[in-house]
Design a protein around this ligand. Structure first.
Ligand code: NDP
Length: 446
């Protein structure tokens, strides 16, 4: 793969890249099937991705006609890699087995190791015979919606496809590696003004937040809406705040430290709640929620913006859902895509139906939504949330940081490229967007 790196750095043409031989193996971050019981009996918090994520050489898979091999210059850590590496809520090998039964090409994925990672920025090296719109040499980012376009159920909103999957989580050959196998319909143009690692951190979280807030499939935020954003300096929360600000809404960001509160102010969010300082105890004990605490949060929101939130951007799950349903305005929407703190959630249904609120579920994004979200990054309207960069060899440590909530925004991972700040093709446009805006999370984390 080193030859590809040197060729890419020296600006080699697509034909030159196509003529370089692919190696037999490549470096990849993976978990192993024979280790999936290694954390049995431990609490989630004690399951350590540094023990389960290995970086090893694996065989380069053959390419299906609708796929591309890409050289992954950089990738990022998403929470799904944390789930895979702590084998929760289920080991992901079951997903690979199921995919393995679907077709000859699916069978490639059913291996005793799982190469993880659901983001990538890189360069196309090879395309299968059925690929029309991409060729070797194209600089790309990868979104993680993996759909079978021969399935009729994938042709309205592809997130409703019967066998929709998340690449690098429910499939093998993910992005935390020097090389990845992706379907051609996962590819999007790399934003020319960003480095490899700045480009690599956006697709998964940015597209998710776009669907949740902007798309007709989500909460359809409108100008003036008050939006409560949990985890507002986290991956999806940080993009959500940008969408609220860009769309003329009024964000109320919840974070857990004064430092994060300052970062949020820098992003342009004025109304900020520090949940740690406020000391909310929505759960009085393991089984009982405290409506008084929900009410206290509601008062805090009103004291900041004078109104209840029209939209609650929800993902912590069990710890916050009761409060989210309570504080949401009459007729408002709680849009949820996750349950980091527990998926058996509880809320008081009277507060939902009597005030005609809606709980809207959302999951990643279809190709069109991901494309629109990427277009906004490329146009400098949405900024990457890169706060730190790790090397692929340290993928376990990077996942540990996210698991323990020690990070802000997004953690980038250098893969084939081993130097930061490479891959910027349009420095003039970068200067127009503004170095400070592009690197605000990075400077804060430094
Ligand atoms: P991050 O870890 O980057 O951010 C999550 C933020 O949530 C943290 O920064 C933290 O902020 C806040 N948080 C964590 N626990 C709690 C809690 N108990 N109560 C209140 N706030 C909490 O993760 P992401 O933003 O990348 O992802 C968030 C969740 O969304 C994950 O579960 C992930 O798997 C899921 N996800 C789902 C997607 C989908 O397509 N369905 C796509 C992307 C993510 P602070 O401590 O500052 O309050």
């Amino acid at each position: 793969m080193r030859a590809f790196l040197e060729a890419i750095r020296s600006g080699a043409s697509g034909d030159d890249l196509a003529n370089l031989p692919l190696p037999e193996s490549y470096r990849a971050a993976l978990v192993k099937a024979d280790e999936q019981a290694m954390f049995d009996g431990l609490d989630s918090a004690d399951k350590d991705p540094r023990r389960s994520l290995h970086v090893e050489e694996v065989a380069v898979p053959e390419l299906a006609p609708d796929e591309a091999h890409i050289a992954v210059m950089a990738s990022s850590i998403n929470f799904n890699t944390v789930w895979t590496s702590i084998f929760e809520p289920l080991p992901t090998f079951g997903f690979l087995k199921r995919l393995g039964k679907e077709s000859v090409w699916g069978a490639r994925h059913d291996l005793p190791y799982h190469v993880v990672g659901s983001d990538a920025a890189g360069v196309v090296l090879r395309v299968g015979s059925a690929v029309r719109n991409w060729r070797p040499g194209d600089k790309v980012v990868v979104h993680c919606n993996y759909v079978d376009d021969q399935d009729p159920s994938s042709h309205d909103d592809s997130m409703l496809a019967a066998n929709q999957r998340i690449w690098g989580f429910e499939t093998n050959f993910g992005g935390l590696a020097d090389l990845a196998v992706v379907k051609a319909n996962q590819l999007m143009p790399k934003p020319a003004h960003l480095s490899w690692e700045e480009s690599a951190v956006n697709a998964l979280c940015n597209s998710t937040s776009y669907r949740m807030l902007v798309s007709r499939n989500g909460a359809q935020m409108k100008q003036g809406d008050v939006v409560l954003v949990w985890g507002a300096t986290g991956g999806i929360g940080g993009y959500a705040c940008q969408y609220v600000l860009n769309g003329g809404g009024i964000p109320v960001g919840v974070v857990s430290s004064p430092d994060k509160a300052r970062l949020l102010n820098d992003l342009g969010v004025e109304a900020v709640i520090d949940r740690k300082a406020a000391g909310y105890r929505f759960w009085a004990d393991e089984h009982t929620q405290d409506e008084g605490e929900w009410r206290r949060l509601g008062k805090d929101i009103r004291s900041l913006v004078g109104e209840d939130p029209n939209i609650v951007f929800e993902h912590p799950g069990r710890s916050t859902m009761g409060a989210s349903v309570f504080v949401c305005a009459r007729g408002g929407t709680i849009v949820t895509c996750a349950a980091t703190s527990g998926y058996q959630i509880e809320y008081d249904n009277r507060h939902l139906w009597m005030k005609l609120k809606t709980i809207k579920s959302s999951h990643f994004a279809n190709y069109k939504e991901a494309w629109e979200a990427n277009r906004l990054v490329a146009k400098g309207k949405i900024q990457p949330l890169l706060s730190a960069t790790y090397e692929l060899a340290d993928a376990g440590e990077a996942a540990f940081q996210v698991h323990r909530n020690l990070h802000e925004g997004k953690i980038g991972v250098l893969c084939l490229e081993d130097r930061e700040g490479q891959g910027i093709d349009d420095p003039e446009f970068r200067a127009t967007v503004g170095e400070d805006r592009i690197t605000s999370f990075r400077r804060h984390g430094a």
